[in-house]
Design a protein around this ligand. Structure first.
Ligand code: NPG
Length: 369
Protein backbone atom coordinates (compact mmCIF):
# COMPACT_ATOMS: atom_id res chain seq x y z
CA UNK A 1 0.00 0.00 0.00
CA UNK A 2 1.32 3.43 -0.95
CA UNK A 3 0.71 6.05 1.75
CA UNK A 4 0.99 9.74 0.87
CA UNK A 5 1.35 10.95 4.42
CA UNK A 6 -0.09 11.25 7.89
CA UNK A 7 -2.00 13.95 9.69
CA UNK A 8 -1.54 14.34 13.45
CA UNK A 9 -4.61 16.03 14.81
CA UNK A 10 -5.28 17.06 18.40
CA UNK A 11 -8.90 17.20 19.46
CA UNK A 12 -10.29 18.45 22.74
CA UNK A 13 -13.40 16.64 23.97
CA UNK A 14 -15.05 17.91 27.16
CA UNK A 15 -16.39 15.14 29.40
CA UNK A 16 -20.02 15.43 30.50
CA UNK A 17 -18.89 15.01 34.10
CA UNK A 18 -15.46 14.71 35.74
CA UNK A 19 -14.16 11.11 35.80
CA UNK A 20 -12.24 10.32 38.98
CA UNK A 21 -9.96 7.31 39.42
CA UNK A 22 -7.25 6.40 41.91
CA UNK A 23 -4.73 8.12 39.63
CA UNK A 24 -6.45 11.42 38.86
CA UNK A 25 -9.49 13.35 37.67
CA UNK A 26 -10.28 13.89 33.98
CA UNK A 27 -12.37 16.88 32.88
CA UNK A 28 -11.54 16.86 29.22
CA UNK A 29 -10.04 14.30 26.87
CA UNK A 30 -7.05 15.54 24.88
CA UNK A 31 -7.25 13.12 21.95
CA UNK A 32 -4.43 12.58 19.47
CA UNK A 33 -5.70 11.25 16.14
CA UNK A 34 -3.50 9.83 13.41
CA UNK A 35 -4.91 9.96 9.88
CA UNK A 36 -3.20 7.95 7.14
CA UNK A 37 -3.95 8.98 3.57
CA UNK A 38 -3.57 7.05 0.32
CA UNK A 39 -4.65 8.11 -3.15
CA UNK A 40 -8.03 6.42 -2.65
CA UNK A 41 -8.87 6.50 1.05
CA UNK A 42 -8.02 7.63 4.54
CA UNK A 43 -7.78 5.76 7.84
CA UNK A 44 -7.92 6.84 11.46
CA UNK A 45 -6.11 5.72 14.59
CA UNK A 46 -6.85 7.13 18.02
CA UNK A 47 -4.02 7.36 20.53
CA UNK A 48 -5.20 6.51 24.05
CA UNK A 49 -2.39 8.33 25.88
CA UNK A 50 -3.63 10.76 28.52
CA UNK A 51 -2.40 14.35 29.00
CA UNK A 52 -0.20 13.34 31.91
CA UNK A 53 1.81 10.13 32.56
CA UNK A 54 -0.28 9.09 35.59
CA UNK A 55 -1.99 5.94 34.30
CA UNK A 56 1.10 4.80 32.39
CA UNK A 57 4.41 6.31 31.32
CA UNK A 58 2.99 7.54 28.01
CA UNK A 59 1.33 10.94 27.57
CA UNK A 60 -0.12 12.79 24.59
CA UNK A 61 2.68 15.26 23.85
CA UNK A 62 5.23 12.45 24.15
CA UNK A 63 3.23 10.19 21.84
CA UNK A 64 2.95 12.93 19.21
CA UNK A 65 6.69 13.55 19.44
CA UNK A 66 7.69 9.89 19.12
CA UNK A 67 5.33 9.38 16.17
CA UNK A 68 6.68 12.43 14.37
CA UNK A 69 10.32 11.95 15.20
CA UNK A 70 10.83 8.17 15.08
CA UNK A 71 7.84 6.07 14.01
CA UNK A 72 6.83 7.81 10.79
CA UNK A 73 10.42 8.22 9.53
CA UNK A 74 10.94 4.46 10.08
CA UNK A 75 7.83 3.76 8.01
CA UNK A 76 8.97 6.19 5.33
CA UNK A 77 11.92 3.89 4.60
CA UNK A 78 9.51 1.09 3.56
CA UNK A 79 8.84 0.71 -0.14
CA UNK A 80 5.30 -0.41 0.46
CA UNK A 81 3.35 -0.45 3.72
CA UNK A 82 1.52 -3.54 4.87
CA UNK A 83 -0.21 -2.73 8.18
CA UNK A 84 0.24 -6.34 9.30
CA UNK A 85 4.02 -5.76 9.36
CA UNK A 86 4.10 -2.29 10.87
CA UNK A 87 4.69 -3.54 14.43
CA UNK A 88 7.82 -5.35 13.25
CA UNK A 89 9.18 -2.20 11.57
CA UNK A 90 8.53 -0.17 14.74
CA UNK A 91 9.86 -2.82 17.12
CA UNK A 92 13.39 -1.34 17.48
CA UNK A 93 11.82 1.63 19.29
CA UNK A 94 11.32 0.56 22.88
CA UNK A 95 7.91 0.94 24.48
CA UNK A 96 5.56 3.69 23.24
CA UNK A 97 2.82 1.15 22.64
CA UNK A 98 0.06 3.76 22.63
CA UNK A 99 1.82 5.76 19.94
CA UNK A 100 2.51 2.61 17.88
CA UNK A 101 -1.10 1.46 18.23
CA UNK A 102 -2.43 4.74 16.81
CA UNK A 103 -0.17 4.51 13.76
CA UNK A 104 -0.92 0.83 13.14
CA UNK A 105 -4.67 1.38 13.52
CA UNK A 106 -4.69 4.28 11.03
CA UNK A 107 -2.90 2.06 8.51
CA UNK A 108 -5.15 -0.94 9.16
CA UNK A 109 -8.19 1.30 8.75
CA UNK A 110 -7.14 2.75 5.41
CA UNK A 111 -6.04 -0.70 4.16
CA UNK A 112 -9.34 -2.30 5.18
CA UNK A 113 -11.37 0.56 3.69
CA UNK A 114 -9.56 0.05 0.40
CA UNK A 115 -10.35 -3.68 0.55
CA UNK A 116 -13.95 -3.06 1.60
CA UNK A 117 -13.53 -5.23 4.74
CA UNK A 118 -14.61 -4.31 8.26
CA UNK A 119 -12.36 -4.37 11.33
CA UNK A 120 -14.65 -6.95 12.88
CA UNK A 121 -14.43 -9.32 9.93
CA UNK A 122 -10.65 -8.87 9.69
CA UNK A 123 -10.12 -9.49 13.42
CA UNK A 124 -12.40 -12.54 13.53
CA UNK A 125 -15.56 -11.19 15.15
CA UNK A 126 -18.27 -13.77 15.75
CA UNK A 127 -21.06 -11.44 16.97
CA UNK A 128 -22.75 -8.39 15.52
CA UNK A 129 -23.63 -6.86 18.89
CA UNK A 130 -21.74 -6.86 22.18
CA UNK A 131 -23.02 -6.36 25.73
CA UNK A 132 -21.92 -3.05 27.23
CA UNK A 133 -20.67 -2.41 30.72
CA UNK A 134 -20.03 0.97 32.26
CA UNK A 135 -17.23 2.28 34.45
CA UNK A 136 -18.27 4.47 37.36
CA UNK A 137 -15.69 6.88 38.80
CA UNK A 138 -14.96 7.65 42.44
CA UNK A 139 -17.60 9.99 43.88
CA UNK A 140 -17.76 12.41 46.79
CA UNK A 141 -20.31 10.32 48.69
CA UNK A 142 -22.06 6.97 48.67
CA UNK A 143 -25.54 8.49 47.96
CA UNK A 144 -24.06 10.26 44.92
CA UNK A 145 -22.58 6.95 43.74
CA UNK A 146 -25.91 5.14 44.20
CA UNK A 147 -27.66 7.79 42.09
CA UNK A 148 -25.08 7.43 39.34
CA UNK A 149 -25.31 3.62 39.33
CA UNK A 150 -29.13 3.80 39.34
CA UNK A 151 -29.02 5.93 36.23
CA UNK A 152 -26.74 3.51 34.39
CA UNK A 153 -28.81 0.50 35.41
CA UNK A 154 -31.91 2.35 34.22
CA UNK A 155 -30.22 3.06 30.87
CA UNK A 156 -29.66 -0.67 30.45
CA UNK A 157 -25.95 -1.23 31.08
CA UNK A 158 -25.48 -4.92 31.79
CA UNK A 159 -22.47 -4.62 34.09
CA UNK A 160 -21.22 -2.00 36.51
CA UNK A 161 -17.54 -1.40 37.26
CA UNK A 162 -16.74 0.70 40.31
CA UNK A 163 -13.45 2.51 40.59
CA UNK A 164 -11.92 1.90 44.01
CA UNK A 165 -8.99 3.33 45.99
CA UNK A 166 -7.89 3.05 49.63
CA UNK A 167 -10.68 4.64 51.68
CA UNK A 168 -13.26 4.14 48.87
CA UNK A 169 -13.72 0.39 48.60
CA UNK A 170 -15.67 -1.85 50.98
CA UNK A 171 -18.38 0.67 51.91
CA UNK A 172 -19.31 1.84 48.39
CA UNK A 173 -19.24 -1.74 47.11
CA UNK A 174 -21.43 -2.93 49.98
CA UNK A 175 -23.88 -0.05 49.37
CA UNK A 176 -24.19 -0.82 45.65
CA UNK A 177 -24.63 -4.55 46.25
CA UNK A 178 -27.29 -3.94 48.90
CA UNK A 179 -29.22 -1.42 46.84
CA UNK A 180 -29.17 -3.26 43.49
CA UNK A 181 -29.25 -6.85 44.66
CA UNK A 182 -27.32 -10.00 43.85
CA UNK A 183 -28.27 -10.15 40.15
CA UNK A 184 -26.28 -7.04 39.22
CA UNK A 185 -23.02 -7.93 37.45
CA UNK A 186 -20.54 -5.94 39.51
CA UNK A 187 -16.75 -5.58 39.44
CA UNK A 188 -14.15 -3.18 40.79
CA UNK A 189 -11.03 -1.52 39.40
CA UNK A 190 -8.21 -0.31 41.66
CA UNK A 191 -5.82 1.00 39.00
CA UNK A 192 -2.83 -0.29 40.98
CA UNK A 193 -3.70 1.68 44.13
CA UNK A 194 -3.02 -1.06 46.72
CA UNK A 195 -0.13 -3.13 48.03
CA UNK A 196 -0.01 -6.68 49.28
CA UNK A 197 -0.24 -5.23 52.81
CA UNK A 198 -3.89 -4.37 51.93
CA UNK A 199 -4.79 -8.02 51.31
CA UNK A 200 -7.05 -8.14 54.38
CA UNK A 201 -9.11 -5.15 53.18
CA UNK A 202 -9.29 -6.54 49.65
CA UNK A 203 -10.41 -9.94 51.00
CA UNK A 204 -13.42 -8.19 52.57
CA UNK A 205 -14.65 -7.58 49.03
CA UNK A 206 -15.09 -11.37 48.72
CA UNK A 207 -18.44 -10.98 50.50
CA UNK A 208 -19.97 -9.10 47.58
CA UNK A 209 -19.80 -11.71 44.85
CA UNK A 210 -17.83 -9.55 42.42
CA UNK A 211 -17.04 -10.73 38.90
CA UNK A 212 -13.45 -9.65 39.44
CA UNK A 213 -11.07 -7.19 41.04
CA UNK A 214 -9.03 -5.39 38.42
CA UNK A 215 -5.36 -4.43 38.82
CA UNK A 216 -5.21 -4.18 42.60
CA UNK A 217 -1.39 -3.90 42.75
CA UNK A 218 1.34 -2.09 40.82
CA UNK A 219 1.79 -2.98 37.18
CA UNK A 220 5.18 -4.67 37.68
CA UNK A 221 3.99 -6.73 40.67
CA UNK A 222 3.13 -9.95 38.83
CA UNK A 223 4.49 -12.19 41.57
CA UNK A 224 2.63 -10.25 44.24
CA UNK A 225 -0.58 -10.46 42.22
CA UNK A 226 -0.09 -14.24 42.20
CA UNK A 227 0.26 -14.16 45.97
CA UNK A 228 -2.81 -11.95 46.37
CA UNK A 229 -4.82 -14.18 44.03
CA UNK A 230 -4.24 -17.06 46.47
CA UNK A 231 -5.64 -14.94 49.34
CA UNK A 232 -8.83 -13.81 47.56
CA UNK A 233 -11.90 -15.69 46.38
CA UNK A 234 -12.68 -12.84 43.96
CA UNK A 235 -10.90 -13.49 40.63
CA UNK A 236 -7.96 -11.16 40.00
CA UNK A 237 -8.04 -9.42 36.60
CA UNK A 238 -4.97 -7.70 35.17
CA UNK A 239 -5.02 -4.58 33.01
CA UNK A 240 -1.96 -2.31 33.35
CA UNK A 241 0.34 -5.35 33.90
CA UNK A 242 -0.51 -6.91 30.54
CA UNK A 243 1.20 -5.05 27.72
CA UNK A 244 1.70 -7.99 25.37
CA UNK A 245 0.81 -11.60 24.66
CA UNK A 246 4.07 -12.56 26.37
CA UNK A 247 3.01 -10.70 29.53
CA UNK A 248 -0.32 -12.52 29.41
CA UNK A 249 1.41 -15.90 29.09
CA UNK A 250 3.72 -15.07 32.03
CA UNK A 251 0.89 -13.82 34.23
CA UNK A 252 -1.20 -16.91 33.54
CA UNK A 253 1.74 -19.26 34.16
CA UNK A 254 2.42 -17.52 37.50
CA UNK A 255 -1.23 -17.71 38.55
CA UNK A 256 -1.36 -13.90 38.76
CA UNK A 257 -4.77 -13.55 37.11
CA UNK A 258 -7.88 -15.46 36.07
CA UNK A 259 -9.17 -12.66 33.83
CA UNK A 260 -7.51 -10.12 31.50
CA UNK A 261 -8.74 -6.67 30.48
CA UNK A 262 -7.45 -6.12 26.94
CA UNK A 263 -7.03 -2.49 25.94
CA UNK A 264 -5.88 -2.46 22.32
CA UNK A 265 -4.67 1.13 22.43
CA UNK A 266 -2.43 0.32 25.39
CA UNK A 267 -0.88 -2.94 24.19
CA UNK A 268 0.39 -1.67 20.84
CA UNK A 269 -2.68 -2.19 18.70
CA UNK A 270 -5.42 -4.56 17.62
CA UNK A 271 -3.09 -7.27 16.30
CA UNK A 272 -1.28 -7.61 19.65
CA UNK A 273 -4.68 -7.39 21.36
CA UNK A 274 -5.83 -10.34 19.27
CA UNK A 275 -2.69 -12.30 20.22
CA UNK A 276 -3.43 -11.65 23.92
CA UNK A 277 -6.98 -12.86 23.30
CA UNK A 278 -5.63 -16.02 21.66
CA UNK A 279 -3.20 -16.79 24.51
CA UNK A 280 -5.97 -16.30 27.07
CA UNK A 281 -8.44 -18.44 25.16
CA UNK A 282 -5.84 -21.21 24.88
CA UNK A 283 -5.47 -21.18 28.68
CA UNK A 284 -9.16 -20.85 29.53
CA UNK A 285 -8.70 -17.30 30.84
CA UNK A 286 -11.67 -14.96 30.27
CA UNK A 287 -11.05 -11.61 28.61
CA UNK A 288 -13.00 -8.39 28.18
CA UNK A 289 -12.36 -5.20 26.28
CA UNK A 290 -11.35 -2.16 28.29
CA UNK A 291 -11.83 1.45 27.33
CA UNK A 292 -9.86 4.66 27.75
CA UNK A 293 -12.53 7.28 27.17
CA UNK A 294 -12.20 6.84 23.41
CA UNK A 295 -14.08 8.93 20.90
CA UNK A 296 -16.29 7.12 18.40
CA UNK A 297 -13.24 6.27 16.29
CA UNK A 298 -11.44 4.30 18.99
CA UNK A 299 -14.74 2.96 20.30
CA UNK A 300 -15.64 1.50 16.89
CA UNK A 301 -12.50 -0.62 16.78
CA UNK A 302 -12.84 -1.67 20.43
CA UNK A 303 -16.38 -2.86 19.81
CA UNK A 304 -15.18 -4.89 16.81
CA UNK A 305 -12.50 -6.53 18.97
CA UNK A 306 -15.02 -7.22 21.75
CA UNK A 307 -16.95 -9.35 19.24
CA UNK A 308 -14.19 -12.02 19.17
CA UNK A 309 -15.15 -15.35 20.75
CA UNK A 310 -12.96 -15.11 23.87
CA UNK A 311 -14.56 -11.86 25.04
CA UNK A 312 -16.97 -13.61 27.36
CA UNK A 313 -17.38 -10.77 29.87
CA UNK A 314 -19.03 -7.40 29.11
CA UNK A 315 -16.48 -4.70 28.28
CA UNK A 316 -16.13 -0.99 28.96
CA UNK A 317 -17.75 -0.50 25.58
CA UNK A 318 -20.31 2.06 26.67
CA UNK A 319 -22.35 4.28 24.40
CA UNK A 320 -20.81 7.60 23.35
CA UNK A 321 -23.13 9.57 25.63
CA UNK A 322 -21.64 7.92 28.72
CA UNK A 323 -18.79 10.41 28.37
CA UNK A 324 -19.55 12.91 25.64
CA UNK A 325 -22.51 15.19 24.93
CA UNK A 326 -21.27 15.24 21.35
CA UNK A 327 -19.00 12.61 19.79
CA UNK A 328 -16.82 13.29 16.76
CA UNK A 329 -18.51 10.39 14.90
CA UNK A 330 -22.13 9.34 14.73
CA UNK A 331 -22.69 8.37 18.35
CA UNK A 332 -22.70 4.74 19.50
CA UNK A 333 -25.99 4.00 21.23
CA UNK A 334 -27.11 1.41 23.73
CA UNK A 335 -29.78 -1.04 22.48
CA UNK A 336 -32.81 -1.85 24.56
CA UNK A 337 -31.04 -4.97 25.84
CA UNK A 338 -27.81 -3.22 26.83
CA UNK A 339 -25.73 -4.00 23.73
CA UNK A 340 -23.87 -1.87 21.23
CA UNK A 341 -23.74 -2.77 17.56
CA UNK A 342 -20.48 -3.83 15.93
CA UNK A 343 -19.87 -1.54 12.93
CA UNK A 344 -20.07 -3.50 9.68
CA UNK A 345 -18.84 -0.95 7.10
CA UNK A 346 -15.31 -1.00 5.66
CA UNK A 347 -12.47 -0.32 8.11
CA UNK A 348 -13.65 1.17 11.39
CA UNK A 349 -17.07 1.53 9.81
CA UNK A 350 -17.45 5.06 11.13
CA UNK A 351 -16.20 8.45 9.96
CA UNK A 352 -15.59 11.66 11.81
CA UNK A 353 -18.36 14.23 11.29
CA UNK A 354 -16.22 16.92 9.66
CA UNK A 355 -17.84 20.00 11.23
CA UNK A 356 -17.71 18.57 14.71
CA UNK A 357 -14.16 17.30 14.25
CA UNK A 358 -12.99 20.67 12.95
CA UNK A 359 -14.71 22.57 15.75
CA UNK A 360 -12.97 20.40 18.35
CA UNK A 361 -9.55 20.42 16.68
CA UNK A 362 -6.84 22.28 18.57
CA UNK A 363 -3.96 21.57 16.17
CA UNK A 364 -3.23 19.71 12.98
CA UNK A 365 0.05 18.78 11.30
CA UNK A 366 0.47 17.19 7.90
CA UNK A 367 3.52 14.94 7.61
CA UNK A 368 4.17 13.71 4.08
CA UNK A 369 5.73 10.27 3.98
O1 NPG B 1 -15.32 3.27 29.24
O2 NPG B 1 -13.79 4.20 28.02
C1 NPG B 1 -14.23 3.81 29.11
C2 NPG B 1 -13.37 4.02 30.33
C3 NPG B 1 -13.30 2.85 31.23
O3 NPG B 1 -12.62 3.08 33.50
C4 NPG B 1 -12.30 3.06 32.33
N1 NPG B 1 -11.06 3.25 31.95
O4 NPG B 1 -8.51 2.32 34.19
O5 NPG B 1 -9.70 1.20 32.83
C5 NPG B 1 -9.35 2.27 33.31
C6 NPG B 1 -9.99 3.55 32.85
C7 NPG B 1 -9.07 4.51 32.17
C8 NPG B 1 -9.59 5.62 31.57
C9 NPG B 1 -7.73 4.32 32.11
C10 NPG B 1 -8.78 6.53 30.93
C11 NPG B 1 -6.91 5.24 31.48
C12 NPG B 1 -7.43 6.32 30.89
Amino acid sequence: MKVNGFELRRVSMPLKAPFRTSFGVEHERDVLLVRAETADAEGWGECVAMSEPLYSSEYVDGAAEVIRRFLLPALASQVSLDPRHVARVLEPFKGHRMAKAAVETALLDVWLRERGESFGSFLGAVRDRVPAGVSVGIMDSVPQLLDAVAEYVEQGYVRIKLKIAPGWDVEPVRAVRERFGSDLLLQVDANAAYTLADAVTLARLDDFDLLLIEQPLAEDDLRQHAELARLLRTPVCLDESIESAKDAADAIALGACRVVNIKPGRVGGYLEARRIHDVCVAHGVAVWCGGMLESGLGRAANIALAALPGFTLPGDTSASDRYYAEDITEPFRLDADGCVTVPSGPGLGVQPVRDILDARTTSSDWLPL
